[in-house]
Ligand binder design. Structure first.
Ligand SMILES: NC(=O)C1=CN([C@@H]2O[C@H](COP(=O)(O)OP(=O)(O)OC[C@H]3O[C@@H](n4cnc5c(N)ncnc54)[C@H](O)[C@@H]3O)[C@@H](O)[C@H]2O)C=CC1
Ligand SMILES: O=C(O)[C@@H]1CCC=N1
Length: 272
């Protein structure tokens, strides 16, 4: 892939996951800078990945071809104002990974910039990320291609044609690792109540989850429903467990939870 100088403004959970995925995937660490207010040049991020670290957003953005805005949505205005005032952003590619900050809002904060929105998720850390990408019509094919390749180096991608699609990606993938973690936590807790040591309880759950996910990935010709049916013997134990899930409205709960994530992203877009 093409290599450009990238600065991450904000080096928290999500930026670190992408940085780790990039460096482990062979992106030159020397071309990556990460900033945060308390960042020292010899921060653990520098030691671990060999990237540059700084507490100077403006200077780090000046030196970059690509600026990745990776602070919390609530911090975005505070972070963008000095960039707008002190950095010539024309000719740079700006990538935002923030939930709830629209292209229109970025145009208010930064002026007319080349900006692509990305909605990644934390499994990018291990090269198993899922990112949704939205580019406004004026973005060049070269910038689209660079962004696609960048995120493909830490996982899978899909483009959305409308900006609102980013909020649907949040519901289906950005927030989704937490749904599965919640489910696995509940299963681990119950396994411990059944008498397993915590380590064994975790092993039972994580291996079942990993095996199930891999079966989905490895069998694209089979519906997920078919894989479920293959586990569910008539009159057997799985059927009983699934009956309880269904009686408690699992599908409706999942749908409501995903809609709640979208509603929250929509609200943030109006308020930030
Ligand atoms: N955590 C996740 O799974 C995902 C997060 N996102 C988005 O990524 C963004 C970051 O989220 P997280 O990494 O979870 O948050 P975080 O709180 O872990 O990271 C934010 C980072 O920004 C830094 N920061 C704060 N003020 C700053 C400033 N003035 N200049 C430079 N850096 C500053 C903080 O020190 C911190 O390291 C958010 O906008 C979120 O919507 C998107 C997809 C998934
Ligand atoms: O919870 C959040 O707002 C962010 C966006 C997607 C995952 N984490």
């Amino acid at each position: 892939m093409q290599h450009r100088k990238i600065t991450f403004i904000g080096a928290g959970n999500m930026a670190k996951a992408i940085i780790a995925g990039l460096v482990n995937g062979g992106y030159p660490a020397d071309l990556i800078t990460a900033t945060s207010p308390s960042m020292k040049q010899d921060s653990p991020l520098q030691a671990q990945y060999g990237i540059h670290c700084s507490n100077d957003n403006v200077e780090s953005a000046r030196q970059a071809d690509v600026v990745v805005l990776s602070v919390k949505p609530q911090m975005m205005a505070e972070v963008c104002t000095p960039l707008h005032q002190q950095v010539d952003l024309r000719g740079k590619l700006i990538l935002s990974i923030a939930a709830g900050v629209s292209v229109a809002r970025f145009t208010q904060l930064l002026g007319p910039v080349n900006l692509i929105r990305i909605m990644p998720n934390t499994p990018s850390l291990i090269g198993l990320g899922m990112s949704g990408l939205y580019a406004p019509p004026q973005i060049s094919p070269q910038d689209r291609e660079f962004t696609a390749q960048l995120m493909q180096s830490v996982g899978e991608i899909c483009w959305v044609n409308e900006e609102s699609g980013i909020n649907s990606v949040i519901a289906a993938a950005g927030s989704a690792p937490a749904y599965f973690f919640l489910f696995m936590e509940a299963m681990q807790n119950e396994s411990e109540r059944l008498g397993f040591e915590p380590e064994t309880a975790r092993l039972l759950v994580q291996q079942a989850a990993l095996g199930a996910a891999k079966m989905v990935v490895n069998n694209p010709q089979l519906d997920i429903a078919t894989l479920r049916q293959q586990v569910t013997s008539k009159g057997g134990t799985t059927a009983e467990a699934l009956r309880v899930f269904n009686e408690h409205g699992l599908s409706e709960t999942v749908a409501s939870a995903m809609q709640a994530a979208i509603r929250r992203a929509d609200e943030m877009e109006k308020s930030l």
